[in-house]
Ligand binder design. Structure first.
Ligand code: UFG
Length: 330
């Protein structure tokens, strides 16, 4: 199996932010794509590529409909609840969706002998950083149920590789950002909790002031530092993972980030330059479960996957997001 051949790929969560960009990239690379999504947080307007099956991973019968009569070369799994603070308040929802849902999906894969899985994990599995640049060897100590839900699945994938020979790539995303450069699909969460969209929305809707959560973190300016990686770069790594699994059995994990940390105030400055206007903000208490600094050492993905991010400049990433947010299609 290689991306030089025409593949059939299942994208769970393909109506969401990362999943819709992935479905598009798969289709544009000439492969066949099937999207499975319950549309709880995804958007039907983003379903422009491939076949769509509406269903919920918590219902095994729904998943069976996606597998029945189809044969997939690999499964990409983007369906998850992702809001750190919400996971602290609603742990059942997070474990039910993110853990039980994934277990059901893996069962269906076993039943239908689909043996390649790309899992969206997160930098939140690391918790408080004990090194400046976080490599995959960093201790795993998630600070919240969201991070734990992802780590549990990572551990399950290790057991499945040993017992059932399931091949998988686990991607630990740092902060996904930006939108497709043509501005027709982008990031649209409701409510929006992510920094870059909230900065842009506050500049577009002048009545909406940006809140900065926490100003006393142990960072140079007291605000949290993150590593922003463009959505198209995240997606290109997933296609590389399919090739990688055809050459390497077992389970493998890779960080996906740019390797550059930006504080919230630095992101605001970069966004002001892109927009050509100052951003008004207020400081609020820190959010529960936030880590002060998450910056990736992605050298393993660069070397082993032959992955090369195309968007290294934060301003360029914000520009693509701004293009989308000025006139979002949904
Ligand atoms: N922030 C604000 N104001 C906002 C939104 C965010 O100050 O309106 C702050 C947050 O407190 C945090 C930083 O900006 O310090 C980045 O916040 P995001 O919500 O954009 O991203 P997170 O780093 O919290 O979370 C993202 C993904 C998670 C993932 C995590 C791992 O959304 O799924 O990265 O790094 F777990």
């Amino acid at each position: 199996m290689s991306t030089n051949e025409k593949l059939s790929l299942l994208v769970c969560g393909g109506a969401g932010y990362i999943g819709s960009h992935m479905a598009r990239m798969i289709a544009e690379a000439g492969h066949q794509v099937t999207v499975f999504d319950n549309l709880s947080t995804g958007h039907s307007e983003a379903l422009k590529w491939g076949r769509f099956i509406k269903g919920d991973l918590r219902n095994p019968e729904d998943i069976e409909r996606a597998f029945d009569g189809s044969s997939y070369d690999a499964v990409f799994h983007f369906s998850a609840l992702i809001v750190v603070s919400e996971s602290v308040e609603k742990p059942f929802d997070y474990y039910d969706n993110n853990v039980t849902g994934t277990m059901n999906l893996l069962q269906a894969m076993r039943r239908h002998s689909v043996n390649s899985f790309v899992f969206s994990s997160t930098a939140a599995v690391y918790g408080d950083p004990v090194m400046d640049m976080i490599s995959e060897e960093h201790p795993l100590a998630p600070l919240n149920p969201y991070g734990r839900s992802k780590l549990f699945i990572e551990q399950i994938l290790q057991d499945y590789a040993t017992a059932y020979g399931l091949n998988s790539v686990r991607f630990r995303y740092f902060n996904a950002a930006g939108a497709h450069p043509d501005g027709t699909i982008g990031e649209a969460h409701n409510p929006e909790t992510h920094l870059i969209p909230n900065i842009l929305l506050s500049s577009i809707d002048q009545g909406r002031r940006l809140k900065i959560f926490g100003q006393d973190y142990p960072t140079p300016d007291g605000t949290c530092v993150r590593d922003y990686i463009h959505i198209q770069d995240l997606c290109s790594a997933h296609l590389a993972a399919v090739d990688y699994m055809s050459r390497n059995n077992g389970t493998h994990c890779f960080n996906l980030g740019n390797g550059q940390g930006f504080s919230i105030l630095e992101v605001i400055d970069a966004a002001s330059e892109v927009i050509g206007r100052k951003i008004q903000y207020d400081f609020e208490p820190a959010r529960a479960g936030d880590s002060p600094r998450l910056v990736a050492d992605s050298s393993r993905a660069l070397k082993e996957l032959g992955w090369k991010p195309a968007y290294a400049d934060l301003r360029e990433i914000i520009e693509t997001a701004y293009r989308w947010h000025k006139s979002p299609a949904y």
